[in-house]
Write a protein that binds this ligand. Sequence first.
Ligand SMILES: C[S@@+](CC[C@H](N)C(=O)[O-])C[C@H]1O[C@@H](n2cnc3c(N)ncnc32)[C@H](O)[C@@H]1O
Length: 319
Amino acid sequence: MSEPTGATRRRGPFKVGDQVQLTDPKGRHYTFTLEAGKNYHTHKGAFPHDELIGAPEGTVVRTTGNVPYLALRPLLPDYVLSMPRGAAVIYPKDAGQILAMADIFAGARVVEAGVGSGALSTYLLRAVGDTGTLASYERRQDFADIARGNVERYFGGPHPAWKLTVGDLQDNLVETDVDRVILDMLAPWECLDVAAKALVPGGLVCCYVATTTQMSRTVEALREHGAYTEPQAWETMVRTWHLEGLAVRPDHRMIGHTGFLLTARRMADGVEPPLRQRRPAKGAYGEDFDNDKPTQLSLAERAAARAAAKAATPVIEQD
Ligand SMILES: C[S@@+](CC[C@H](N)C(=O)[O-])C[C@H]1O[C@@H](n2cnc3c(N)ncnc32)[C@H](O)[C@@H]1O
């Protein structure tokens, strides 16, 4: 049985063309590609690539200045954080959430926009595998070029499941019978209609947004659209730990914020999502709520919510 694309580059002794991640005595990382006959230069001397070619991962090489460097292949989380960037990449903690919570499976038909630097595309391609499809849309040619370079360097060439289109998703999406649509862009609400047309019943849309205002607008647009179930939203925080003897505690610094994730499922055609039973919280659709922005609540329901909020507001008698 042939190996899935890229798998042979992830195991066995180091080969020409492999990515190597060096760790110096201070824990800093450096990444390079192995080439026969070349030298790798550091501030503390150099060593020949040939010393690593044929050696197992986890080897320690010493520079001419006798400084030890640990050599391993970068993991995908290492690779995406060190590769060239056009746009900001999705952090590994969020990519992991997307793979798990958007239920990306081997053989799935997935659409993604935008592509940015191609970090999420690489995770998605590994998850759908050679038998799935990933159709990625990116509006900027320069970012698409960077993403293609990053993805192909990771897999050692083109991935058979990947199609990259330059253009806005909402104007170019041609796929149908799609299982999952993943949106990482400023205005995902502009793409919800084309996503609904592409998705199979039971399919899932997943949006990654950086701010609460984007999250709110996306949620209300999903509700208003009518083809989606009630959306769910969450964020994740990952706290790394300092581990030294009895000094075992959370690290002082952490990545405090990356973004929010939202998911909703595609209803069957012609089926309306059941109205929410819960009453909206007082003030949720108050005077400040922009009625031009979409919401699943009818105008009458919004008026009732406002009246209820007003009735519950204590009246302060003035002399
Ligand atoms: C934050 S980046 C995506 C990062 C990417 N997920 C990664 O992990 O590397 C957002 C990208 O969306 C693109 N974009 C924004 N709106 C778009 C649209 N409607 N269709 C296609 N691409 C879009 C932008 O040009 C930008 O490159």
